[in-house]
Design a protein around this ligand. Sequence first.
Ligand SMILES: C[S@@+](CC[C@H](N)C(=O)[O-])C[C@H]1O[C@@H](n2cnc3c(N)ncnc32)[C@H](O)[C@@H]1O
Length: 558
Amino acid sequence: MASPIVKESTSPEERLLKLLSEPSVQSLLTTVSRLPVFSKEMALAFKDDLDLLLALKQLKYFWNLPQSQLAILLEVMARQLEGPSQAAPFQEFLRVLTQTPNHAKNIKHLNDQLPAEVKAEYLRNADYLETADSHAVYPTSIYRQCDGFTLATKDASTIEAVMSTTLTTTIKIARKVLEPSNHLLYNIYKPLGRCVAVVDDKVDAIYGEELDAYFAGHGIEFKKIVSSGNEADKDIRDVERILVSLKKVGLADPQSKKMAPPDDRFVVTPTDLMISTLTKSQNMAAVGEVVRMLDGVDGMVVKYSTQPSEALRNISVQTAKTNPNWAEMEKKGATSKLLEAGRDGGSFCNGVIWPLCTLKQLVAGCLQLWEAEMISGQAEGQLLQLLVKFGRVKKVLDIGTFTGYSSLAMAEALPEELDGSAVLVAGRQVKLEGSGWVTSSLFRPKSDHYPSGRSRSGGRDQLAKSCCQGDGRVVTLERQEEAAKMAAENWASSPHVGKIESRVGEAQALLQALASQGESFDLVFLDVDKPGYFALYQTLMETGLLRVGGLLAVDNTM
Ligand SMILES: C[S@@+](CC[C@H](N)C(=O)[O-])C[C@H]1O[C@@H](n2cnc3c(N)ncnc32)[C@H](O)[C@@H]1O
């Protein structure tokens, strides 16, 4: 069995592939994978060689075992069946294999590198096991086996189910386990890459240093969770504390993976806030259930609410994709300030672009993505559209443009026809009565709007005015020139672009200017820096910018 692994001229991985391609090894592995290794019969059959029984119990799962663990198990097999001399080559092979970066990767990952006929044979076995003994190819743990079956009446009004779980464990009583030459712990933890140990403070006081030295000496990451060894402290709270510590080092029940560790949770939305508060609570079982429910809310809303237009979807995608530019621009001095979420930390934004950038990426602390999170997105966009339609709104003030999502969402819901002199059509073209087609780039904002300083012809001005000051209109305010620019690019492909007028500057100053022009709006959407809300609210009320009977929607207030 050992011959393929002793050819020292080839890499350990190549030797392992050779070993797996050996007909006798392939036959051994596929046969063992089909054995009922946890059964009483099997235990009794190997009662005189428990080391072999233990190796077989694990070898059954060879497909999902780390490469180095397979090497260890084959060494045990060789030793138990053929004697120490046959096992020796495996020890040397294990030494070189564990120095390769991939030794902790599962055997099934080698699949594609195997010769075609060998690979086909392993896959045939995996296919067979998938139905005959699915746990053998999809184990949740190699120490646990679950089974069950259900019977149902034809109309499924009665269902009878039987379920079982079988656990197996190995207890070894050994001396000098922490001596560097003792491989008992090494054989278990080296293939896994790390060891997490729960020890009481007495054990830590006596053996702590030796434990540290053993794992450090073997190059195995070691995490120690020390708890009180006093009898008086051993109650359910101690168990909970240990479980929380295990979760912190990344050992959680795979079923509860969605419950992000509290320290990592990036708090953005009110839902996040609830989740992070709950996960810090003590009663983890009940809390876990609630957290999972809350965690699913955003996804559910996105999935089941009306889907956004292509143009709005593109804004989400573009914002996520181009957002890293913000930090770059900040470095180059192209923006004067980072957007408010990064500065005051008090901004709550909607997490609707989560499908595009995962929470993990956000947690990675990358400010750029944090900023991308400021987009209002699908759920809020739909609500804003609903408000516009139900309120028969014609004039909207959008305070906080960012990359233009809320402006376009509301523009889409506004009445289509403007003032009769121009009709918006798909794409970027408009038809003037008595004239040909003209592109909507003619709807260039006024010089104090974004983008500023471009030349305009009188006719174009008139057209821009007639469209922007027609029945359906969104005026949107943004302090960041770059954000406003991005928004303008995002709207460009929408047939509703002509309804949007972008103004760049501090919201308070822009509001005063609008008020002095005698403007008033049916709907105001306030979505800027949260500490500034109250002053802006006062201006809106005192200047009449929000018409009597108008509607004020304020983001992130719940
Ligand atoms: C939460 S985002 C707006 C999101 C946007 N409504 C959407 O639908 O995607 C807030 C935006 O307001 C801008 N902003 C924050 N405080 C401002 C202020 N005082 N005046 C003008 N703009 C401001 C920020 O630069 C940022 O782009």
